[in-house]
Every structure is written in structure tokens, then in C-alpha cells.
Design a protein around this ligand. Structure first.
Ligand SMILES: [Zn+2]
Length: 265
């Protein structure tokens, strides 16, 4: 899962092959997991408790994993990583999806006082059940990934690049003609939406992640996602932490991982 390997074959819709390390399937002999139980206000959610909060497949700091490899175009690097994050998160959500219904999750919750609102094309806003919201997110991202004008795969864009170029904005662009100028804005939108899916799973479905014993895998995927997002300025601190009156639950996980040196400050 930590290798960037964008699938260049025609991509299956909504059921992409994981690039490695699929989460374990539900063990049918195991007792049924508890129903989603978002923490009551005041109590600490499980994902912030030891040992779960620090369980990981990857030890140490994520900085080296997100660094732009030599000779790799920054746009291509961002594209392949987003494809991998999307694919892996889609796999995780697929495993827990039967527990994320209109009844268990009538809103796209991500904290005790935070429900994300979906904005339709044209600007109309709607409070959607989490499974509907997540379906809209994943379908729209799949459509963008499938769009050659947004995620070009036909011409190789691997070129000699200065290793110091780590900002999408500063990228001068003679080698990235295959990528549309709006690509940085598009990937920021994708990234924010993926963060919301992570945030909902942590907030509402962590017991199921624990039940599958997938917390080291899921934590590492999320820490990698956060490290990459901050390195390439795809996420604002505000996206991760939310507003003071409506904090994102996983904002505290981000703080904890920074304190532990897992993520950069
Ligand atoms: Zn849910």
C-alpha cells in the first residue's frame, strides 16, 4: 500500500484492485461486532486511546515515504499517491459499509458536533446520510480518475526534475503539459473529501476497524495520507482540525502523532 503504482489498465468502477495489503475480511466465526457507537460527549473515543492510537504497520516518521523520488514529476507523484489513497480507503470502506447505513449514520458525522454538508453542483447544500455522502465522494473521485483530461495516463510525464520542487504552485510546468492547470485545485478538493471519509470512519466505525484487527493498517494509511497532504499543501490545518465549535475528531489524532514524532510538526 505504500508503493505508488497507478493502475494504467482500464479501471474497474467502484471495485479497484488494491495495490497491496487489502484489509482482512470479516471472520464469519467471530462474534458480531458492536454497532457503531460514536463516543458520547466527554468520553475519549477509542481511536485516541492506547494502544489503538499508536498501532501502526510503519514505525518512525513518514517524511521519507512522502518525499518526491528522484526523476519523478511532482504532478505524477501526487496523482499516483492519490490513486493509491483512494483505492485503499475504498477497500476499507467496502469492508465496513454494511454497518454504515441511513439508520446508523443519518448524517456525515466526524465529531460529536460536526456533520459535513454536501454541496451539489450549482451550490445547493444538503445534509445527506453518511453512506450517500460517501458514495457521492467515491463516485465523483472515480470519475475524475477515469478522466484522461484530469488524470492523464497516456503520455509518460516522468522527467528530470529538481528534487527541491515540492510545491504544486511553484511548479514551472514545461514537463507537465499533460496535466491541466486546474489539477492542483482538483486534487485539493479530492483530498479534502477523502479526509472526510477517513474522519467519518474513525468517528463512527472504529469499533469495526478494531474488530477486524485492522487498526495498525488503517492508522498507517491515515498517517501516510496526512503526511502526504501536508507535504504537498493539499490539506489545510483547518481541514484536519475543523472549527473550534465543530472540531474534527481525528484532529486530536493528528496532534498526538505530531507529539510522538510520527508526523512532522
Ligand atoms: Zn457510517
Amino acid at each position: 500500500m505504500f508503493t505508488a503504482s497507478r493502475n494504467r489498465a482500464p479501471r474497474p468502477r467502484r471495485s479497484p484492485t488494491p495495490s497491496g495489503g487489502a484489509p482482512p475480511r470479516r471472520d464469519s466465526s467471530a462474534p458480531p461486532s458492536r454497532s457503531p457507537s460514536p463516543s458520547s460527549p466527554g468520553s475519549k473515543p477509542l481511536y485516541l486511546c492506547s494502544p489503538f492510537a499508536d498501532a501502526a504497520l510503519v514505525k518512525g516518521n513518514f517524511k521519507t515515504i512522502v518525499m518526491l523520488p528522484k526523476y519523478c514529476d511532482i504532478m505524477e507523484w501526487v496523482a499516483v499517491n492519490i490513486f493509491d489513497f483512494y483505492t485503499n480507503l475504498n477497500e476499507f470502506y467496502g469492508v465496513i459499509a454494511e454497518r454504515c447505513t441511513q439508520h446508523t449514520c443519518p448524517t456525515m458525522s466526524a465529531g460529536p458536533s460536526l456533520n459535513y454538508v454536501w454541496t451539489h453542483q450549482g451550490g445547493k447544500q444538503a445534509m445527506l446520510p453518511a453512506p450517500t455522502y460517501i458514495d457521492y465522494v467515491m463516485t465523483s473521485i472515480q470519475n475524475l480518475i477515469d478522466d484522461e483530461n484530469v488524470f492523464p495516463t497516456k503520455s509518460s510525464t516522468f522527467t528530470l526534475m529538481s528534487k527541491s520542487q515540492t510545491s504544486l504552485i511553484d511548479h514551472p510546468g514545461p514537463t507537465d503539459q499533460a496535466f491541466h492547470p486546474s489539477f492542483p485545485a482538483t486534487v485539493r478538493t479530492i483530498y479534502r473529501q477523502l479526509l472526510r471519509v477517513f474522519a467519518h470512519i474513525y468517528h463512527a466505525h472504529y469499533p469495526q476497524i478494531l474488530h477486524l484487527r485492522s487498526e495498525p493498517h488503517f492508522n498507517s494509511l491515515f498517517a501516510h495520507f496526512l503526511a502526504f497532504g501536508r507535504e504537498y499543501e493539499l490539506l489545510e490545518v483547518r481541514d484536519i482540525k475543523g472549527e473550534p465549535n465543530a472540531p474534527v475528531g481525528v484532529g486530536l489524532l493528528w496532534e498526538r502523532w505530531k507529539e510522538k514524532g510520527i508526523l512532522e510538526g
